[in-house]
Unconditional design. Structure first.
Length: 449
């Protein structure tokens, strides 16, 4: 069993899971989603399985090259501890189980991001290592995917905050892997792997690129402050850590690549600690925070509960809350509609409420009007919309990024807050017992009342 465990590269897996966990934390924090232990568990298990499966398949693919290098010749495959066929199917099964675990336990966006990571790593990066030193750049893309997967598992979508975490991990990899490549350049040359220090053995290009990537990492690592993901404590810590990393990279030729490698190994966990410490120090008080600016709501035109045309133009200049329901729903829809009714009571008149049906075949205007009366909907404030099924689906899934429930009538447990400029500013899960005060506070932040 030990050789199979070795195939999964557990020392690398923990770093990947740490990055995934950071993404999950900020997905919850930025979009106001309720923490769910089971989703977190499924995400970590699924990511761990896919990471382990990818590592096993990578070693299966590179078993001949690994046998030529001192650093890797004792791995399970080149040393003959296990057969190549067993390793191949071990990797396939782990990857498949991980994909299904992510899809069923978290959401299919997360699973597909994991699949993209596996595919780019195995089918593009790994073969490219034998052909071009640019493989490091290509490999940095799947290498930076873990925080995107964590963010998607929590939020069901990707925002600028997720891509900032991706950018940090993307740039971090260059000094880290260039240091490894320089330390083992002779081994790589024996195996025919075209790493930069093999192609340009003087080390000048390797040191230069390591330094410039470490330097570029400094401003990118400060973007979480600009996006209100964390606070000024993080700014100071990230600036110090980034300067330290850049300084170590600048001295690669003088002090050796091992110094850069050790610095890189310490830098990333410390930066993650700084991110979390900055969040704790800053807090999320209404006086100091700003809401995330996620994306624009495109134009739409439907029919309201009175049978009259209703377009998105009617909502411009208003702060409004949206949800997606159907009148025969016995699951999340009553909770959503109860929340909307409470928002109607707790917020000033200019705030609008819009409920889109996900079952337009049955939810005709009179049906929606009767449904609204059950929740004391004020027609001048709370509108119920029906219309073409394809258009409603487009608005729900493409504009509002909702529809994570695997049901025939695919809707959501979340309400959405939209500002006066028709931009989405937050998601609010009805499973959260604090959802009403959170939503009311954010509405107050947007209206200034």
């Amino acid at each position: 069993m030990k050789p199979y465990i070795e195939l999964t590269k557990p020392r690398i897996t923990w770093l990947i899971l740490m990055s995934t966990g950071i993404g999950y934390f900020f997905g919850l924090r930025q979009l106001g989603v309720t923490f769910d232990w089971m989703v977190l568990l499924h995400m970590l298990v699924g990511t761990g399985l896919m990471t382990s499966g990818t590592a096993a398949l990578n070693q299966w693919y590179e078993r001949v090259a690994d046998g030529k290098m001192l650093r890797t010749k004792l791995r399970p495959l080149p040393s003959g501890q296990i057969g190549s066929l067993g390793a191949f199917w071990f990797g396939v099964v782990l990857s498949l189980l991980g994909y299904l675990e992510l899809g069923w336990g978290a959401n299919w966006l997360t699973a597909n991001l994991g699949l993209f990571t596996l595919a780019t790593y195995l089918f593009i990066y790994t073969p490219l290592k034998q052909r071009s030193p640019h493989s490091t750049t290509v490999g940095a893309v799947p290498g930076a995917m873990p925080p995107l997967m964590g963010f998607a598992a929590a939020a069901g979508t990707l925002t600028a905050e997720a891509w900032v975490l991706f950018g940090i991990l993307f740039l971090w990899q260059f000094p880290h892997f260039y240091a490894i490549a320089w330390m083992y350049r002779e081994d790589y040359a024996k195996a025919g792997i075209q790493m930069l220090p093999v192609v340009e053995p003087d080390g000048i290009s390797t040191a230069r690129r390591s330094f410039w990537c470490a330097l570029a990492l400094v401003p990118v690592s400060l973007l979480p402050v600009a996006l209100s993901m964390t606070g000024w404590l993080y700014f100071v810590m990230a600036l110090g850590l980034g300067g330290w990393f850049a300084y170590a990279s600048a001295r690669m030729r003088a002090k050796g690549a091992r110094s850069v490698l050790l610095t890189s190994v310490m830098y990333l966990p410390l930066l993650y600690v700084a991110l979390l410490a900055g969040c704790s120090a800053t807090g999320r008080t209404a006086a100091s925070r700003t809401l995330p600016d996620l994306y624009a709501v495109p134009q739409f035109a439907f029919i309201n509960e009175q049978g009259q045309p209703f377009s998105s133009n009617s909502l411009k200049g208003h702060v409004w809350v949206a949800d997606f329901i159907f009148t025969e729903c016995t699951g999340p829809c009553p909770r959503l509609s109860t929340l909307m009714a409470k928002v109607q009571e707790a917020t000033p008149a200019p705030v609008k409420l819009v409920s889109f049906t996900v079952d337009p075949a049955n939810d005709l205007p009179p049906v929606l009007a009767a449904y609204g009366k059950r929740y004391s909907a004020q027609p001048e404030r709370w509108t119920f919309l029906t219309g073409d099924a394809a258009d409603l689906k487009r608005v729900r899934q493409e504009a509002f990024k909702l529809g994570e429930m695997e049901t025939a009538l695919n809707h959501s447990t979340r309400a959405v807050l939209v500002d006066k400029d028709m931009r989405i500013r937050g998601f609010y899960d009805t499973n959260d017992p604090e959802v009403l005060p959170k939503l009311a506070a954010d509405i107050k932040l947007l209206t200034g009342e």
